[in-house]
Design a protein. Structure first.
Length: 222
């Protein structure tokens, strides 16, 4: 099988660049869950050494995106019900705290940025954008909520699970694309409105429901 074409790695720190490019390819759907990641093919595509690729894959393993080991091939993680339950329960707790903290601390610029992301998301849905593009905007919205919360340790906790959330949501989108498209704008518009001027208890409930509904739909599709 031909190697998936990837952008050539820039000379920043070759392991980090290799990890970035492979992560981008996973998030774009080029490497689905369970797909093998072969060092030789990746090194050729990226024009870096196998050692740099190996180190880059180790970084992705720490993010929970790939699995491998001695005498075992490295593959993109497969989405299991157990993984979904663990990741989404952690995400629900983090998202609730991020949303309610952002409600108290978001600046006018933060609120405008959230509204702009919702508008862009709506425009992309109307234009028939592909699932990975919509998901990238979805995750960007949540990144901005964490930024608006202004809690550095909370943001670090989010980044510890962010890659797995993206991968799992990508699986959800691929299995139920029309259902995702029909709800994604309204759900994020409601969150943005509540962060701007909503009741904190209602915001906490909606943030939890947002994650819970995603978890239930993905589990139903697996």
């Amino acid at each position: 099988m031909d190697a998936t074409p990837l952008r050539k790695a820039a000379r920043r720190g070759l392991a980090e660049e290799a990890a970035d490019r492979v992560r981008d390819a996973i998030f774009a759907g080029h490497f689905p869950p369970g797909a093998p990641l072969r060092e030789v093919e990746l090194a050729t595509s990226l024009e870096v050494s196998r050692g740099s690729v190996r180190e880059g894959l180790a970084l992705l393993a720490r993010e929970g995106l790939v699995r491998g080991g001695w005498h075992r091939p490295t593959t993109v993680v497969e989405v299991t019900p157990e993984d979904v339950e663990e990741v989404y329960s952690v995400r629900a707790a983090l998202d609730r705290l991020a949303a309610t903290t952002a409600r108290a601390h978001a600046s006018a610029a933060d609120l405008t940025a959230l509204d702009d992301l919702v508008a862009t998301l709506a425009s992309e849905v109307d234009a028939g954008a592909a699932g990975p593009r919509l998901l990238a905007l979805d995750i960007a919205f949540h990144d901005r909520v964490y930024e608006a919360a202004g809690n550095g340790r909370l943001t670090l906790a989010w980044h510890a699970v962010r890659s797995q959330v993206f991968l799992f949501q990508l699986q959800r989108v691929s299995l139920g694309h029309s259902q995702y498209r029909s709800r994604v704008v309204a759900e994020h518009r409601e969150l943005a409105a509540l962060i701007r001027a909503g009741d904190v208890a209602e915001l906490d409930r909606v943030a939890a429901d947002h994650v819970g509904s995603a978890r239930r739909r993905l589990l139903a599709e697996l």
